[in-house]
Design a protein around this ligand. Structure first.
Ligand code: SF4
Length: 389
């Protein structure tokens, strides 16, 4: 039997979809890319029923604002897809599903630039000749007055500046000036440039990594400077409704039903959902409505037993330590760092059951400042989390 402790994480290089689910420790993960990131109340209620019937009753909201149905079996996958197709959640085929990797600002309004660009881009990506970008490659549409998605993983970004919209390659601080009418086509042109200039190797590739190569240069037309991110969202009243956070981005089917009874749902990439037009939500287990909840400052991946690569449980440790951290704490079941791929102020990376390395200011794979800390030690000495080298 192989020893998981001594193996590095397996890099899949692709994201699960609905038609091409990913095997996890608790079954297949079926990732639903809701068009415009929105679920009507009927859609949400019916997805809750489908997830209960064909999954294990747990759902995640991913860091790209997609909904993941967990615990699906080989046998239950086909009827689940049939049900989701009836709700208009399924693409024609795997290729189209893979390409339609779009995260849209949850603050769009019907007919505004974000909505128009997203609608155009969805249509364009469904065309037979759309650029066949690799699995993790995606688009962020963020045309509101202030950018909110710059910390959200994406490769091509459509954003607003004081002088109008730009299409920006992730990794560049400048973009190509566009209009709402030309933005989708310009985004596809940039995707084709990425493919034509060797952005994909062995079926994988990301824009920022490509741009970091010394011999790769964007066209001179990419000259308009980006605006800084304005991200600062918390549970509570928001401009278009009520924002509620999900503990570790996960909820039960009962919780989804409660949300569905309240309002239509917009999925966000921040482990929160926006309830359209709502001003409150009944107290519900697993939902965070307190903007000062310590649980908002911890993030943890699925961990064991849900993920086959996990070396330890993660969420019980994260929950217990939440009250002791002064900055964002990331608890990761292995060095892959799925829950927070970029650097965090403090990261605990599992190296064995209930045993973690402590990393300050790095990713889950960075060099640790302390190693082999048990959960009991961390709970007994939580000040270790706030040490700085
Ligand atoms: S980071 Fe967590 S979810 Fe990702 S592969 Fe490792 S254990 Fe699994």
């Amino acid at each position: 039997m192989s020893d998981p402790v001594n193996q590095g994480p397996i890099i899949q290089g692709w994201c699960p979809g609905a038609l091409r689910p990913m095997q996890s420790g608790d079954g297949l993960v079926v990732r639903v890319r809701a068009p415009l990131g929105r679920l009507s109340q009927t859609q949400a209620a019916q997805i809750a029923d489908l997830a209960q019937t064909y999954g294990d009753g747990l759902l995640d909201v991913s860091n790209r604002g997609n909904l993941q149905i967990r615990g699906v079996t080989e046998a239950s996958h086909a009827p689940l897809i049939d049900g989701l197709r009836m709700l208009n959640m399924i693409d024609q085929d795997v290729a189209r599903e893979t390409r339609r990797n779009i995260v849209l600002t949850p603050f769009w309004r019907h007919g505004d630039d974000s909505h128009r660009v997203a609608t155009d881009l969805m249509l364009a990506l469904a065309a037979e000749d759309a650029p066949a970008t690799p699995g993790k490659f995606g688009y962020a549409i963020d045309c509101g007055a202030d950018p909110v998605l710059q910390d959200t993983p994406a490769d091509i970004r459509i954003e607003r500046t004081p002088h109008g919209l730009i299409v920006r390659a992730d990794g560049s601080t400048k973009g190509l000036p566009v209009t709402a009418d030309s933005a989708a086509e310009a985004a596809l042109t940039l995707a084709r440039w990425f493919l034509d200039t060797g952005g994909v190797k062995d079926g994988r590739g990301r824009m920022a990594r490509h741009l970091a190569k010394p011999d790769v240069q964007l066209p001179d037309s990419h000259c308009a400077p980006m605006l800084p991110n304005q991200l600062a969202f918390a549970p509570g009243k928001a401009c278009q409704g009520f924002m509620v956070a999900l503990e570790f981005g996960q909820m039960t089917t009962d919780t989804l039903r409660t949300l569905a009874q309240t309002a239509a749902i917009r999925l966000t990439p921040w482990r929160m959902v926006l309830l359209e037009g709502a001003s409150s939500i009944p107290a519900t287990e697993g939902l965070i409505t307190d903007p000062f909840s310590p649980l908002l400052h911890v993030t943890a991946c699925t961990g064991a037993p849900g993920c086959p690569q996990a070396l330890s449980e993660t969420r019980p440790t994260a929950r217990a330590l939440a009250f002791y951290t002064q900055a964002l704490l990331h608890v990761s079941g292995c060095a892959k760092g799925c829950a927070h791929p970029t650097a965090a102020p403090v990261t605990l990376t599992a190296t064995a059951p209930e045993t973690f390395d402590l990393i300050v200011g790095g990713t889950a794979a960075s060099h640790p400042t302390r190693t082999g800390l048990s959960s009991q030690t961390l709970l007994a000495r939580p000040e270790l989390l706030n040490e700085r080298p």
